[in-house]
Design a protein around this ligand. Structure first.
Ligand code: ZN
Length: 413
């Protein structure tokens, strides 16, 4: 699936936690996946300990010196801090400096700054642009507005054979940055499309597109009982496209089905982060009294790469190849969760294999694997934990289990 093209198409939408950029993004997702269901909640709605903020729009923003436009929101929507107050004023250089954000040791990076819950105005620019400012005065214009509107979000529910659910969530509030988080949006879209296409799964799949933090809180607040009852595993999808290796962020105690499946399918050298290093919507999903089993399969974790939350996290920082690789990791985790069961061996003492007509066709050396699997089919371990313990690859174990079931040496517990 052409995830990279989807990211290109959505690149310029001025995303924030509310507003037109969010709606453009959701409309685009809906144009690719008609099953998408749109939702909204009005500004001012109380949500647990929070309140849905006013809607934000920035129509225009620029800095001019001597009639020459030197910074323009139209060139890059990172140039204005998210939820910036409006201003139209002629100011001196000292005053302007108080409202500028740049990164000294990254001279070509525009930082990504937001101020959702505190009134302030400001521009973000590269250190080079800042160093090249003249002596002023400067005309600063931010034509923005915060008004009673709505917070938009969306989801897709793909029914399975049971009501138990796997929840996949990603966030749609970051403006023009590719890895964090257009890459998460497009991988979630690709997963949705492939899940819709192939039916016959055990689990119902819930794929959630929300603005980070306030959006996930809204999502939880209106569905908490249902989610607590039915969600058995799930992941926050983010940072899926950079050139780094796969990594994982555990849910709060690191012992859920999501954690065990991810640990099993990820390469042995994958970086595994404890929940104390959390940073995205698992903060809400795993919070006490919510307690959903949500981890996060990523490539390079947010906050740990130089380009993070800057304009350097652009479309050249991600690739279709790495998006495909991350998509595949998610598919493997889902495969493991779908085929994970508890089994019980049917003999007391080792079975006399040939008597049962058990001639493994996986490979000649699968008799020891079959016996190791059987040795732990005691009703206590599911197949994921048996594979973790024995080091047997999950897909191979599924084949072996199916053969053992055919000859009656193992039964579903
Ligand atoms: Zn971020």
């Amino acid at each position: 699936m052409d995830m990279y093209k989807w990211a290109q198409d959505m690149w310029t939408y001025p995303r924030s936690i509310t507003g037109v950029g969010v709606r453009q993004t959701l409309n685009y997702i809906g144009s690719v996946i008609p099953e998408l269901r749109m939702h909204s909640v009005p500004s001012g709605t109380p949500v647990f300990d929070w309140t849905v903020p006013k809607e934000f729009i920035c129509r225009e923003a620029y800095i001019e010196e001597n009639g020459r436009r030197i910074i323009d929101f139209r060139d890059n929507n990172l140039h204005v801090i998210g939820y910036s107050s409006s201003i139209n004023s002629l100011i001196c250089k000292d005053e302007l400096q108080k409202h500028l954000y740049s990164i000294e040791d990254k001279p070509d990076a525009i930082p990504y700054i937001t101020s959702y819950y505190k009134d302030r105005w400001g521009f973000c620019l590269t250190q080079k642009q800042r160093d090249n400012l003249g002596n002023g005065p400067f005309r600063v214009v931010i034509d923005s507005e915060k008004f009673d509107g709505q917070l938009d979000y969306a989801d897709i529910v793909i029914p399975g054979n049971t009501d138990d659910e796997i929840m996949l969530s990603t966030y749609i509030c970051h403006p023009s940055m590719a890895n964090d988080n257009l890459s998460g949006i497009v991988v979630a879209m690709a997963l949705a499309k492939s899940l819709i296409k192939s039916r016959g799964r055990k689990y119902t799949y819930r794929i959630v597109f929300v603005p980070e933090t306030i959006g996930s809180l809204v999502y939880l607040s209106t569905r908490l009982n249902h989610l607590r009852r039915y969600v058995k595993a799930g992941y926050v999808i983010t940072c899926c496209g950079d050139a780094g290796e796969l990594s994982y962020l555990y849910s709060r105690y690191g012992d859920t089905l999501s954690d065990r499946a991810a640990k099993l399918i990820l390469p042995n050298n994958a970086k595994m982060f404890d929940y104390k290093y959390r940073g995205s919507d698992e903060r809400q999903y795993c919070w006490p009294r919510v307690d959903l089993p949500i981890g996060s399969i990523m490539r390079t974790k947010y906050g740990t790469y130089d380009e993070y939350h800057t304009s350097l996290d652009d479309l050249s920082f991600i690739s279709q190849e790495k998006l495909d690789d991350t998509l595949n990791a998610y598919k493997e985790a889902i495969y493991a969760i779908e085929r994970n069961h508890v089994y019980a061996a049917s003999t007391q003492g080792e079975p006399f294999l040939s008597k049962h007509g058990y001639y493994p066709d996986v490979s000649p050396n699968s008799v020891p694997d079959a016996l190791n699997i059987l040795a732990y089919c005691d009703g206590r371990n599911d197949l994921i934990s048996i594979c973790t313990r024995t080091g047997i690859k999950f897909r191979k174990a599924v084949t072996i289990i199916n053969q053992l079931r055919e000859v009656g040496l193992v039964v579903k517990y």
